[in-house]
Design a protein around this ligand. Structure first.
Ligand SMILES: Nc1nc2c(ncn2[C@@H]2O[C@H](COP(=O)(O)OP(=O)(O)O)[C@@H](O)[C@H]2O)c(=O)[nH]1
Ligand SMILES: [Mg+2]
Ligand SMILES: [Zn+2]
Length: 319
């Protein structure tokens, strides 16, 4: 372990490689990683000069996913977040609405605001551009902020940058949507690796293999554009995550899935039965709203797919 010259252990901006000591576990969930990006930790040095994490500060929130290989375990993607940016693309690769909705529901469940960023505006056909517009309209009508950008042509990035000032933001989205490319614009000089999309699968290769946190430089101009001009503003951090293929939802109780679909939750006030699952019940206001197209079918389908997973006990621990 090496500390930068002239830096004391634990001093700001020094890097201290640490091992984990002890057993840190989330209650009721088996996780593959005890410590995650965004955690605030205490560490101690032993006589040999090795540093050990001995305590993790209580997390304000965390984002988690089901591990791909170990289906009964979960992986904490990041903790203590102020914002998640969900990068999506209409094509090259195509992001499914199920993926978007599962992600949004998870963000709702963990109390982290989410913003949708539709990237690669520069390569869309007229039809794809229309799909992007429709998608933006849908999610805005539900209450989400949506930005349509082209990272490649640096279009729409300045507005987006303003959203991040003073926050810790998780960059998320399928592999190949442009997360690392965006990061390279927001944090110049880090040279995050970007991947060519393979022709065969039309998906990015997994070039980012672990989550990393970067500090985004904030210029005077950005500071002025913000109403909060206090000098002790929090630093701006961005976390890049490996491509997530299936954003597993865990910890949802069947009864509460609807709480994480804002428009479904609003509508459910008008259901005849208080314990309505919005699947078959008479007097269900949600079903009526779907019929009348006031709730998008794609959203309702995503709701059903999560409900289905819960019935199958997909993410529950056995025993
Ligand atoms: N045409 C176009 N390509 C982009 C854009 N943003 C990223 N890409 C390309 O998409 C591929 C995947 O980008 P990358 O940043 O590695 O995606 P990640 O897997 O989400 O980190 C790379 O070839 C990028 O150059 C964009 O706005 N327009
Ligand atoms: Mg990447
Ligand atoms: Zn109902």
């Amino acid at each position: 372990m090496v500390l930068p010259e002239g830096k004391n252990l634990g001093e700001e901006s020094s890097l201290v490689p640490c091992k984990v000591k002890g057993n840190f576990r989330l209650k009721g969930i088996r996780t593959t990683n005890p410590v995650a990006v965004g955690d605030r930790v205490s560490f101690e040095m032993n006589k040999e000069g090795f540093a050990f994490i001995v305590a993790i500060e209580e997390r304000r929130n965390y984002i988690i996913r089901k591990s791909i290989n170990l289906s009964k375990q979960a992986h904490i993607l990041a903790t203590n977040l102020d914002l998640v940016l969900l990068l999506v693309t209409i094509n090259h690769p195509q992001t499914s609405t199920t993926f978007i909705d599962r992600f949004l529901a998870t963000a709702e469940a963990y109390g982290v605001p989410a913003i949708i960023v539709i990237n690669k505006q520069d390569i869309y056909s007229d039809e794809e551009r229309q799909t992007a517009e429709d998608l933006a309209y849908l999610y805005k009508s539900i209450g989400y902020k949506v930005y349509q950008v082209s990272v490649k042509q640096n279009l729409g990035i300045d507005k987006l940058r303003e959203e991040l000032v003073g926050k810790t933001t998780l960059l998320s989205g399928n592999s190949g949507v442009g997360k690392s490319s965006l990061l390279n614009i927001l944090v110049p000089g880090i040279e995050a690796k970007t991947a060519e999309i393979s022709d065969v699968h039309d998906q990015g290769m997994h070039t980012t293999t672990f989550s990393e946190m970067y500090e985004m430089p904030v210029t005077d101009q950005l500071e002025l554009s913000d109403t909060d001009t206090t000098p002790d503003r929090k630093p701006t951090y961005i976390i890049d995550t490996p491509g997530i293929k299936g954003f597993g939802t865990i910890e949802f109780e069947k009864e509460t899935v609807s709480h994480y679909f804002r428009e479904i939750f609003r509508e459910s006030d008008n259901c005849r039965f208080g314990n309505c699952t919005h699947t078959h019940e008479p007097g269900c206001a949600v079903l009526k709203a779907v019929e009348e197209r006031r709730i998008a079918l794609s959203r309702y389908d995503s709701y059903l797919s999560i409900m289905q997973d819960e019935s199958e006990g997909k993410y529950r621990e056995k025993g």
